[in-house]
Design a binder for this molecule. Structure first.
Ligand SMILES: Cc1cc2nc3c(=O)[nH]c(=O)nc-3n(C[C@H](O)[C@H](O)[C@H](O)COP(=O)(O)OP(=O)(O)OC[C@H]3O[C@@H](n4cnc5c(N)ncnc54)[C@H](O)[C@@H]3O)c2cc1C
Length: 402
């Protein structure tokens, strides 16, 4: 067992840090105040190979692997947690699902442009009846009409939908068949019948939006079916399983960002003649933050490491999603306490971290749902790995990109 990051991993970490410092941090204010989607930055991220970390070279991937992806997602989310979304839409849930389940033709048509962010992606599963029960709440239908499917329904909280060119969408092809009646589709947003309306979420900012989407007699050819009819639920669960690598990495980035800001602040802020870091109760908060962030990181790296070895890591991904979300919420809460009133000021980064930690706590499977999955698995009632599929490809994760 070796817990050291390799030279390759450290180089990747440095590359992500440099990118955040040069390309993201100086431009944040512009994109946020002007409410402009930072496609130009996402494209530069795509060019570095960040989104293509887990994709084979033959589809434009950088083959850096899952551990390097986790390291990058952590560093970029530390700079600004909104950019963490892009790892799911451009690097995981949308293109990776197409890679895992698509035909050669579908993969070639979409994947290379998604991971370069030439195309913007989305993943449309959640409906207003409750994200925790996607099958039970799904009312969107896809009806075969000759050589086309006609889709009707709506989805909610769909990230990037107002900017997206293409997405993976789930709909019921057999509404009476429960989970087995769900199918997955690749949809293009410029077809008639698709519309997206951003949801107002001032706490998360305005440059990257989540939306309601509406499909009204939206037609796609039969060839847009992803996998087989009725495989949609399995495809969705498998996609979320991979998403549960980048989400904990994003949460670790948020926790680390808070920890670093809190250490700096504790050294600089003088109250009653002493830097507050000298007070024992502040030390206590900092110690918990440092230890728990480290533990969440190790759990996240373990599931990445297993995925890099081609092993099933569903159980470990659930553990790390659950644990990292609890840690990030606690660490951001501690940071607020350390910063006092300044914690809620826009001049300091804390509230941004607080809001994203709380959002990611329930996104991609809430803490309760993770607990249920973990406990059912522990009790032997359900095999944690039942939605896992064998990867169709292997990566040479020794490769490093500039
Ligand atoms: C900013 C943002 C971006 C998002 N992006 C996307 C996206 O791109 N694509 C997408 O498809 N979805 C997206 N989502 C939706 C997200 O995945 C859901 O919010 C999540 O699945 C939880 O669903 P819900 O919010 O409807 O909560 P609900 O399902 O209504 O749950 C509410 C509460 O009840 C608890 N609960 C529910 N069922 C049980 C149970 N059986 N036992 C115990 N407790 C339970 C939950 O843990 C939670 O605490 C996004 C959400 C947000 C906020």
């Amino acid at each position: 067992m070796n817990f050291d990051l390799s030279d390759d991993n450290l180089q990747v970490k440095k590359m992500a840090q440099n990118f955040a410092e040069k390309e993201i941090l100086p431009n944040l204010k512009y994109y946020e105040t002007e409410r402009i989607f930072p496609k130009a930055i996402l494209k530069k991220m795509g060019e570095t190979g960040m989104f293509g970390a887990c994709f084979p070279e033959k589809y434009g991937g950088s083959e850096m692997g899952f551990l390097n992806l986790a390291i990058i997602a952590e560093e970029i989310s530390k700079a600004h947690p909104a950019f963490g979304y892009a790892f799911n839409m451009q690097g995981m849930t949308c293109p990776f699902t197409i890679l895992n389940w698509g035909t050669e033709e579908q993969i070639k048509k979409y994947v290379p442009d998604l991971i370069k962010a030439n195309l913007i992606g989305m993943f449309a599963l959640t409906e207003s009846g409750g994200g925790s029960d996607p099958a039970g709440s799904m009312k969107t239908t896809a009806r075969l009409d000759g050589d086309e499917y006609v889709i009707n329904g709506s989805k909610t909280w769909i990230t990037f939908a107002n900017e997206a060119d293409v997405g993976v969408l789930f709909a019921k092809t057999d509404p009476k068949a429960g989970r087995k009646g769900i199918s997955a589709f690749i949809i293009e947003t410029n077809n008639p019948g698709f519309s997206a309306k951003p949801i107002e979420i001032s706490s998360l900012g305005y440059m990257m939006r989540s939306c309601e989407i509406f499909l009204e007699d939206y037609r796609i050819p039969k060839s847009a079916l992803l996998g087989k009819e009725g495989e949609g639920f399995k495809i969705a669960m498998n996609a979320l399983d991979y998403g549960r690598l980048t989400v904990p990495a994003r949460l670790v980035g948020i926790a680390q960002g808070c920890l670093e800001a809190s250490i700096k602040y504790s050294n600089e802020r003088v109250v009653s003649g002493k830097p507050i870091g000298e007070y024992q109760m502040i030390k206590h908060l900092l110690a918990d933050m440092a230890v728990e962030t480290d533990a969440a990181r190790l759990m996240t790296y373990r599931s990445a490491f297993l995925k890099d070895r081609g092993e099933v890591a569903t159980r470990q991904s659930s553990y790390s999603k659950y644990f990292a979300s609890e840690v990030a919420v606690k660490v951001t809460r501690n940071a607020l306490e350390i910063f006092g009133a300044n914690g809620i000021s826009d001049d300091f980064p804390i509230m941004k971290y607080v809001n994203y930690a709380n959002m990611l706590h329930f996104g991609e499977g809430s803490a309760n749902i993770q607990r249920i999955l973990i406990a059912n698995d522990a009790l032997g009632w359900k095999n944690a790995n039942r939605h896992q599929i064998k990867r169709k490809f292997s990566l040479n994760s020794d490769l490093v990109l500039s």
